[in-house]
Design a protein around this ligand. Structure first.
Ligand SMILES: [Zn+2]
Length: 93
């Protein structure tokens, strides 16, 4: 690959949601967003996820509305919001 040409904007692989810290879905692959929808916060991984400001805004909106699961059936019995938020990669906190 030639440097500076079509450099992917993201990581090779990322399985932790940048918004809520949910783990288990492939959100980025080969440097590009997979458009997977997080079952927890409902965020869809796309190009807007490259802005930490945008991520924080969405997270604030989501937690401000009660941090409801997008897919309630996927919610673990012993789910703990703060526990999960602590798994957000440092660069997206
Ligand atoms: Zn999420």
């Amino acid at each position: 690959m030639t440097a500076g040409q079509d450099t992917p904007p993201g990581p090779d692989e990322e399985t932790v949601c940048r918004v809520c810290g949910y783990e288990g879905e492939l959100f980025w692959e080969g440097g590009w967003p997979t458009e997977a929808i997080c079952p927890c916060c409902g965020n869809e991984s796309d190009m807007s996820d490259t802005s930490v400001t945008g991520i924080r805004t969405y997270r604030g909106y989501w937690t401000g509305h009660g941090a409801r699961w997008d897919s309630p059936s996927r919610r673990p019995k012993e789910w703990n919001l703060l526990d999960q938020l602590s798994r957000i990669p440092p660069e997206w906190r």
